[in-house]
Design a protein around this ligand. Structure first.
Ligand SMILES: CC(C)(COP(=O)(O)OP(=O)(O)OC[C@H]1O[C@@H](n2cnc3c(N)ncnc32)[C@H](O)[C@@H]1OP(=O)(O)O)[C@@H](O)C(=O)NCCC(=O)NCCS
Length: 188
């Protein structure tokens, strides 16, 4: 799949002229505030199912440190999903295979935005020969990651602003190393 790809809105079952598509592409400078609102709202609306308000506030305080946030987005260079000029999800994958951020807009849950993000992450991992994907996954997102074949390596508690939050280190092997070994064996 190319870095920019399209998925028809699954909520629309008919091919009508006004049906819009989701597009996925790299984050662009200038979109920091949109992504911060998406992140903040997702945490406070969706993760609220599994975490206390003290934990949610530690995870995503109401006050943004814009310099730090901008730097972190520039650093992770996420993919964003856009629909009708609105950003409705974002996620990244690092050269190490680490998936740092993975958030879908709170009003766009269970509409395959996460699926589109995971598809591009898997595609990038394949292209870049990243054999192992791993992430520190929230209690809330664990079933989604499991549905993509990620397995729990350990349950852990991370400290954010002196508040402990439970999450899971989860990983998925893409089996690329085995394939390469098999290929090189075939050529010996
Ligand atoms: C986890 C998250 C990214 C999933 O995104 P999404 O766009 O809702 O996921 P999709 O619509 O692509 O889901 C695809 C499938 O994954 C599984 N799935 C997704 N969310 C699930 C949930 N909460 N419980 C059980 N299964 C789930 C289902 O099989 C689903 O298919 P279905 O809707 O036909 O049953 C989203 O819920 C989210 O933003 N959560 C809050 C932020 C968060 O915790 N991020 C992770 C930080 S590590």
């Amino acid at each position: 799949m190319p870095a920019s790809c399209r998925l028809r809105n699954p909520a629309s079952s008919l091919l009508l002229p006004w049906v819009t598509v989701m597009q996925i592409r790299r984050f662009k400078p200038g979109e920091e505030m949109d992504l911060w609102h998406l992140f903040h709202d997702a945490v406070h609306h969706i993760n609220a199912a599994d975490y206390t308000s003290e934990q949610l506030n530690a995870w995503s305080p109401d006050q943004i440190d814009i310099g730090k946030w901008r730097a972190s987005l520039r650093n992770i260079s996420p993919f964003v999903v856009e629909q009708e000029r609105q950003l409705i999800g974002y996620a990244d994958v690092q050269p190490s295979g680490y998936v740092d951020h993975f958030y879908v807009h709170h009003l766009w849950q269970r509409r395959r935005v996460g699926t589109l993000l995971m598809q591009i992450i898997l595609e990038v991992a394949k292209q870049d020969a990243i054999d192992n994907l791993f992430a520190d996954v929230s209690v809330t997102a664990k079933p989604f990651f499991e549905s993509w074949g990620f397995a729990v390596e350990k349950e852990q508690y991370v400290q954010i602003h002196k508040v402990a939050l439970k999450n899971y280190r989860m990983a998925k092997s893409l089996g690329l190393r085995t394939d390469r070994t098999a290929i090189s064996r075939n050529h010996v």
